[in-house]
Design a protein around this ligand. Structure first.
Ligand code: ATP
Length: 236
């Protein structure tokens, strides 16, 4: 579904990605794990069209998307949930959910889609008319995920959904994402700092460090966690 080869991104003199190869098959849940500054956010930004790589290729469903404008990439069926849970604090949950749909050419499905999504995120329904700024961190994370799903993506990129959330809430977020994958045929690429969580929720794992993929494999093969820890912390 998604195929990335030789992806290189620099910010001035800083190399953020130094030739990354990665692929995601339809309906997989793939986690990218790595320490702060490893290049995870840059990788997602590059897929979504938010940064301009200096080399490499990104193909989505057989079509080259590198160089496309972010809104055109979104139209192909890719949606990004950025790190940091950016909600519009003074707008209600309802307004936050619909905000991305106002610019859509065809909004006929928006109300039905919102209803369907509220089935997955019942807390949002309870808070429907409240300002999003008053939601808990976990609820805000659910809101930004639900908002990203309003454009009907087939591939959802989620940048560090667990940052600063209590473990129980994080489990709920992941369980909801996996239900959406199972029932709505969603494909997931998730940046995660916790290797323990990733081992529970993903099919495949990439470990990234200093802009390079140091290790990748099926989650069941990496289950004991030792190889991941070695790559993550840079032990040889
Ligand atoms: P984190 O978990 O802290 O978000 P990350 O793995 O997502 O880290 P990136 O944010 O992609 O890593 O950063 C990769 C490298 O690029 C780091 O060295 C970072 O300092 C640098 N970098 C990221 N964004 C910019 C920017 N806008 N300008 C300059 N350097 C940047």
């Amino acid at each position: 579904m998604l195929e990335i080869k030789g992806l290189a991104v620099s910010y001035g003199a800083t190399t953020a990605l130094a030739g990354v190869a990665l692929h995601v098959e339809a309906q997989e849940a793939v986690c990218v794990v790595g320490p702060n500054g490893a290049g995870k956010s840059t990788l997602m930004a590059a897929i979504a069209g938010g940064v301009s790589p200096r080399a490499g290729s990104i193909t989505y469903e057989g079509k080259p998307i590198l160089g496309m404008r972010p809104e055109n990439i979104a139209r192909q069926g890719i949606s990004l949930v950025p790190e940091g849970r950016h909600v519009f604090g003074t707008l209600t949950v309802e307004e936050n959910l619909f905000i991305g749909t106002y610019a859509m050419a065809d909004r006929r499905h928006a109300a039905a889609d919102a209803e369907m999504l509220l089935g997955y995120f019942p807390r949002l329904k309870e808070r429907w008319r409240q300002p999003a700024g008053r939601l808990s961190g976990g609820e805000q994370q659910m809101l930004v995920i639900a908002r990203a799903l309003m454009t009907r993506p087939r591939l959802l990129l989620v940048d560090e959904p667990s940052l600063g959330l209590a473990p129980k809430i994080v489990d709920t977020v992941y369980e909801t994402l996996l239900s959406l994958r199972r029932e709505r045929q969603l494909t997931l690429l998730i940046n995660e700092q916790s290797s323990e969580r990733m081992l529970r929720f993903s099919d495949r794992i990439y470990v990234i460090r200093n802009g390079r993929i140091l290790l990748h494999g099926r989650t069941e093969e990496l289950r004991d966690g030792e190889a991941i820890a070695r790559a993550y912390f840079g032990f040889d």
